[in-house]
Design a protein around this ligand. Structure first.
Ligand code: HSE
Length: 349
């Protein structure tokens, strides 16, 4: 029986808890996986620790009703994230706080503290992984711990796992595609004639956009994801600095540009690329005109898609949701399952 702690109880954290709760019997029956969530901590929604385990359905209802977890029945309340990691005694930390791609904080400190305490870590937080993913991975491995972050790129659509497991014997030559749901949603709506402001508002309401949507529309979020791919798949060490790397968002794309592209049988998409140039790994984010013959041209709404160019299999394109409550919550669930399977093989579940 795993003891889980959750730091960040926003859209993603709640999505994960909904899945954990609704699939409890399924997980037990099919994977012999059992858990109890002993702590939830959120800087806005309060926190609760319970040795016996928190009733997730009740906690979800509580928060939806606008009540603070600081008043939720349990053994302790009011712990901040670091205290929760320090004192909860959990086996696995699920980190779903907000992303800051310049510092990686606060997620970085949460992950470091959890590894220090001997906890496995699952995160959807792009900042710490884009900036320090390789180092954190090494820190985890040195301690025999697992660090998983499937949700950082394409949410629950199995991109990183696909590359790590199924494409393990391939050399990856280039990865390019659509990795930001908000901007793809906005561009799709604009293609259908809606205004930029109207489309952005809907993306925010649907929970796709970052807390500060500049990170989406200026291309920073896509850049962070490109760096995660560059560093974890290509072994590079590129920091997602939008001032130093080629990074252009969709803020300058007008309805006129979209109409023009349309009349020429093209669509405009925000494309992130990871490629090799003169032996160096490079990343680039910019709006590109894509012909309708390209599989990326048909990717609509908040969906993402990446084309992976390999030596043995040529091009593989994977598409699916790249943002949203359930898809990103699912990424945490699949990482949990992966850790469970690996620990079971080691015989120390
Ligand atoms: N804001 C991000 C997006 C969320 O729109 O894709 C998922 O990383």
């Amino acid at each position: 029986m795993y003891k889980l702690a959750l730091v960040g109880f926003g859209v993603v954290g709640q999505g994960f808890c909904e899945l954990l709760s609704s699939k409890k019997n399924f997980l037990k029956k099919n994977f012999n996986l059992d858990y109890r969530v002993v702590a939830i901590s959120d800087s806005q929604k309060g926190s609760v620790f319970s040795r016996e385990g928190i009733d997730l359905s009740k906690a979800l209802e509580w928060v939806k009703g606008g009540r603070s977890l600081d008043e939720f029945p349990g053994d302790e309340n009011g712990w901040d994230a670091l205290t929760t990691i320090e004192r909860s005694g959990a086996d696995i930390l699920f980190e779903a706080t907000w992303t800051d791609i310049r510092t990686g904080e606060p997620g970085l400190s949460h992950i470091r503290k959890a590894l220090e305490k001997g906890m496995h870590v699952v995160t959807t937080n792009k900042g710490p992984i884009a900036l320090f993913g390789n180092q954190l991975q090494r820190d985890a491995e040195e301690k025999g711990l697992f660090l998983r972050f499937e949700g950082t790129v394409m949410s629950g659509t199995p991109l990183l796992n696909l590359i790590r497991e199924c494409l393990a014997g391939c050399q990856i030559q280039e990865i390019r595609g659509i990795v930001n749901g908000t901007t793809n949603f906005i561009l799709t709506q604009m293609f259908e004639g809606k205004s930029y402001a109207e489309a952005l508002k809907t993306a925010q309401e649907l929970g796709y956009a970052e807390a500060v949507p500049d990170a989406d529309v200026l291309g920073w979020d896509a850049l962070a994801k490109a760096c995660i791919l560059a560093n974890t798949v290509f072994g590079a060490q590129i920091k997602p600095d939008p001032d130093k790397l080629p990074c252009q968002g969709i803020d300058k794309v007008s309805l006129k540009d979209i109409e023009q592209a349309k009349s020429e049988g093209m669509v405009i998409k925000l494309i992130a690329r990871v490629f090799i140039e003169n032996g160096e790994v490079r990343v680039k984010v910019s709006p590109e005109r894509i012909p309708l013959s390209d599989p990326l041209s048909g990717i609509k709404g908040a969906k993402n898609a990446l084309t992976i160019k390999t030596d043995a299999l040529d091009e593989i394109t994977i598409t699916g949701y790249g943002a949203g409550k359930t898809p990103t919550g699912f990424a945490m669930l699949v990482d949990f399952l992966d850790i469970h399977k690996k620990l079971s093989r080691r015989g120390n579940e």
